[in-house]
Design a protein. Sequence first.
Length: 148
Amino acid sequence: MMPLVPFTLTWLMGIWCASRTPALAGASVALSTAVLRVAAGAAIVGIILTWRTPKPRWFFIFALAAILGALRINLAQPYLDQTTLATRSANDQPMAVIVEGVVVSEPDVRDTLTHTNLRVEANKLIITDQPTKTVRGLVLIQAPPFSD
């Protein structure tokens, strides 16, 4: 039977190590998913080859746990490229922008009647004195209550 506590601790250590690894060459994720998959495959092969010898087998099992933890945090990171609305230079700037898109959920009318929340899937971003940019991402818009 596998000891759950050491396995969990090495899995958490893999998550921690992957979160502390600096991003390589401006990539949005620190460790490549392909590299982690190859390492996981190598650990699985090591487990199979050392099945009858416990000490090396446990080493490969714990290595696999750490690799799977690193892979988990890697896959949980959002993919942000130049078309993602969150990476646009208009964020946190005191300028007016126009966002074109489609409302993707029912309007959320608040009890205070101060505003209505709209979730919009953005398609285009128009900034004054700049060309229209194609973007993707969700935007929360607070519109006046009962407006079209």
